[in-house]
Structure formats: structure tokens, C-alpha cells
Design a protein around this ligand. Structure first.
Ligand code: ZN
Length: 140
């Protein structure tokens, strides 16, 4: 049985196979690259920020199912939200992956809760969020 069997496998695999908001954004307010060398996950994140709100977001990347599904879910979760809300969501997501009880605000992102028990996968799940926080420096 693979490690994915114990998680919300279908949701994660659906995002992996049919990533949402995939592709470059042009023009973008900010472009940020993220790398998780321990697994080989790569991510390039594009954000269009206007009036303190994430108006649009997209990503391109390569890597394991967890990293790519997490990025896809993140783009859906943050689009249209204020930068301050996005940063709050990011800290809640990282707390969950760190083992805390997931906050209800996380919605579908809670399907990644099982990663908290897979230490080697923690950086896969948080790569998109860490990259996002770097991208938002200067906008918050
Ligand atoms: Zn990975």
C-alpha cells in the first residue's frame, strides 16, 4: 500500500493529474522560484497583485505528486484573497503540516493533513507556500 492510500488520495491525484492554474502569467507583478532539493521538486510561481489583493496566480513546476498537487490547491485557495489573508492561510497550512489540528479556514487544503506524518514529504507539501511567502515579501 502506498503512502497515498492513507490520505485523500483521489483529491491529491486529481490535482496532480489536472493541475489548476498551471502556466506562466504575463504580465505578473511578481515571479518567484522555489526548489526542494531533498525530493527534486521545482516550482515557479506567478502572482498578479493589485490593491493588496491576489488578483491572479499561476504556477509551472515539476516534481512529486504531493508538491504539484499542493501548488495546484494553493492557487485555488488564494486567488481573490487579500495578501494579509493569504499570509494567515499560509501560517495555518504550515501549522497543520507541522502536526497541529487543521483550521477550518483551510478547506480542501485539509486533504494534505496526512503529510504531517510523512516527515520526508513535509518540504514537498510546503514548497509552494514557502515560495508564496517569498513572493509576497514587499506586498504585505
Ligand atoms: Zn516532493
Amino acid at each position: 500500500m502506498s503512502f497515498l492510500e492513507n490520505m485523500y488520495k483521489e483529491v491529491i491525484l486529481d490535482h496532480y493529474k489536472r493541475p489548476r492554474n498551471r502556466g506562466a502569467l504575463d504580465p505578473a507583478s511578481v515571479r518567484e522560484e522555489g526548489l526542494n532539493p531533498s525530493c527534486g521538486d521545482e516550482l515557479e510561481l506567478f502572482l498578479e497583485i493589485d490593491g493588496g489583493t491576489v488578483q491572479n496566480v499561476s504556477f509551472v513546476g515539476e516534481g512529486c505528486a504531493i508538491s504539484q498537487a499542493s501548488a495546484s490547491m494553493m492557487t485555488e485557495a488564494i486567488k481573490g484573497k487579500a495578501v494579509s489573508e493569504v499570509l494567515d492561510l499560509s501560517s495555518k497550512f504550515k501549522a497543520m503540516i507541522g502536526g497541529d489540528t487543521p483550521d477550518d479556514a483551510l478547506g480542501d487544503l485539509k486533504t494534505l493533513q496526512g503529510v504531517a506524518k510523512l516527515h520526508a514529504r513535509v518540504k514537498c507539501a510546503t514548497l509552494s507556500w514557502v515560495t508564496l511567502e517569498q513572493a509576497l515579501e514587499g506586498f504585505s
